[in-house]
Design a protein. Sequence first.
Length: 273
Amino acid sequence: MKLLWKHYKPSNSDLNVIECGIEQFYLNLTYDYKVRQEFVIHYIEEGEGFFMLDNKKVELKAGDGFILRKGMVPKYGTRKENPWKYYWVGVSGEKALEYLMRSSVLNSFGFTYPDSSQSPAIIKDICEISMNETEYLSSDLKKLAKLYDLTYDLIASFPSDYSEKNLQLAFPLQDAILFMNEHYNEKIAITEISAHANISRSYLYKLFMRYTFQTPQSYLINLRLFKASILLKNTPQTVKEIALQVGYSDPFVFSHAFKKNYGVSPSEYRMHP
C-alpha cells in the first residue's frame, strides 16, 4: 500500500526532486513497474523483498538501497513473513547523472547503506517534507537543498572505485552530454555528437547504454522533453513555440513524444501542476 506518492514538475535544470513516496507491503504480492524518472533512489526501512530485472533477481533487506533508472521495467516482490517498507526519491536534471557517477552506487543494482551514511535519513526527510506540504505552503527549495545533501552523502558513503582508465572512458560521454545540452534546440544528428566527442557512433552507443541505460537518441529526446516541461511550467509560450525552442519542427510530433514520455499532453501537463 502506498502511504505517499507525490509527483512534481521540474523547476531547476540541474537537479530536481521529481517524485517521492513511501510503500508498505502487507501481502505476498508482486507487480511490474516501468521507471519514468531518470533515477529513483530507494531506502528499505524494514522487512525483506526483491526485484527482478533482465532475469536477474536482487534480494534486499532493511538497511539496503537500490537505484532504478529510466526505461527499466523491474518486477517487485516482498516476503510474506517479513514484508518490507521502503522510501524513494525520484531525481531528474542535467547534472543528475554527473553527480551520481561520482559515487559507485550505479555500479550495482542493490547496495547496503553504511552505518555512517546520512542518506536514509535524508530520503525520509524529503518524503516527510512532501507529506506535510499544503497548497498554500510549497517546500520546493527545502526539498532541493535536501537533494543536494543526498547526492553529496551518496558520494561520501559510496566512493567511486573507478580506475583512472575508467574515468577516461567516461570523459567522451560527458563531452557528448554537454554537447547535447548546448545544442538540443538544433537539428543535430548522433554522428555529429560522436564526432564532437571524438569517438565512433557505435562506441558512443556503448557508453550511453553502460552509464545511462539509454541510447544516445533516447537521451536526446528525453533531454528535449525535460527542457520543454520546464518551459510549460514557467513560461506562457504556446506549445508550438516550445516545440520549436526544444528542437522539434513539427508540434504534432512533439506533442506525441511528450505524451508518450509523461503520460499526458503538453496542455494537460501545464494545466495540472
